[in-house]
Design a protein around this ligand. Structure first.
Ligand code: SAM
Length: 310
């Protein structure tokens, strides 16, 4: 997997590339990255990358010509020339919860592009970037991350070159660099071989929710120990007592079945508390449902449509 980042602040990424999982993945050649300085694609004395917006209003807009040149320098032609009709992702295909449908959110990947390049514009107006998006983009050979600044990029760049517009959350950042780092980090840790334990990424928050989940030898759905689309359970390490709080006894018991059940219960509680929206599409067993209902959960479609009673 190769990442290409187009930015007016190339130095921004230096520290990011030098730490933790991303650093190791780069060092081991499991991913590679190129950073393109947008100013290198300007032709005036001041290396101008922005201009005033047509129609007036606040701020500046990133000019289209340097962006197009930067993309062309990476061998990326306009979508029409690549056989993709703009726009690749229509806004109406976004789900109500902001997450892309498995098909719509990955359409650019699925349209004959399993091995290939896709251009992603980081934008507060984009489809929400989720763990599912990160997984869906994984088969690509190259992901180009285009970082906006000021009021954003000239929309014609989006129309002509970008396959996907992604937002990392419902807030406005000053630039796309942080968002590009988020996308690269989330994707990198999913690349096979990057995490020590291959299964780690399945067993954390937003882990697998699909048919891969099956009952294990003791009849507990596999999602009792994988996350099954829920938030992760709380983790504890030594010392067993800290700040007047003991680590949960069950975790020290050595009883793996009990530990599994306790962790699942914690996942359910935490998800209900902090992200009840995830429960609608989580992989839940009958036992999970019973527990959630006892905690006050009302599944969507129940008469009052409330998520929590009282
Ligand atoms: N005028 C834009 C709007 O209201 O949607 C905000 C532009 S923002 C100040 C500048 C750049 O930051 C954007 O072009 C985009 O690249 C990046 N950005 C801001 N918020 C983002 C988000 N939530 N996700 C991804 N990128 C974001």
């Amino acid at each position: 997997m190769r990442f290409e980042i187009i930015t007016i602040f190339p130095e921004f990424f230096t520290g990011f590339f030098e730490h933790g999982v991303v650093r190791r993945a780069l060092k081991d050649g499991l991913v590679s990255v190129g950073v393109q300085d947008l100013r290198e694609f300007t032709h005036d004395r001041h290396r101008t990358v922005d201009d005033r917006p047509f129609g007036g209003g606040e701020g500046m807009v990133l000019k289209p010509e340097p962006l197009a040149e930067a993309l062309e320098s990476l061998g990326i032609a306009a979508k029409a020339e690549r056989g993709l009709s703009p726009p690749t992702l229509a806004p109406e295909k976004t789900r109500q919860d902001g997450a892309p449908h498995s098909v719509a959110g990955t359409q650019a990947v699925e349209e004959g592009a399993v091995a290939g390049t896709r251009v992603i514009l980081l934008s507060a107006q984009g489809l929400r970037f989720t763990q599912a998006t990160a997984r869906a983009l994984l088969p690509l050979e190259r992901v180009v991350l285009l970082c906006g600044r000021y009021e954003g990029v000239d929309e014609r760049i989006n129309s002509l070159y970008c396959d996907m517009e992604l937002s990392i959350g419902d807030y406005v950042l000053s630039g796309g660099e942080l968002a590009a780092a988020v996308v690269m980090d989330a994707m990198t840790r999913l690349v096979p071989g990057v995490l020590g334990n291959e299964a780690s990424s399945e067993f954390e928050s937003f882990g697998i929710t699909d048919s891969e989940i099956s009952a294990d030898e003791i009849g507990v759905p596999r999602s009792q120990h994988g996350s099954g689309g829920l938030l992760d359970y709380p983790h504890y390490t030594r010392p067993a007592e800290f700040g007047g709080l003991a680590a949960p006894e069950v975790l020290l018991s050595g009883d793996h079945q009990q530990i599994r059940r306790w962790r699942r219960e914690q996942q359910l509680r935490k998800t209900l508390e902090n992200r009840p929206d995830l429960l609608d599409r989580a992989q839940l067993s009958d036992e999970d449902r019973r527990m959630l209902v006892s905690l006050g959960w009302q599944p969507v479609g129940w008469p009052s449509r409330g998520r929590r009673q009282g």
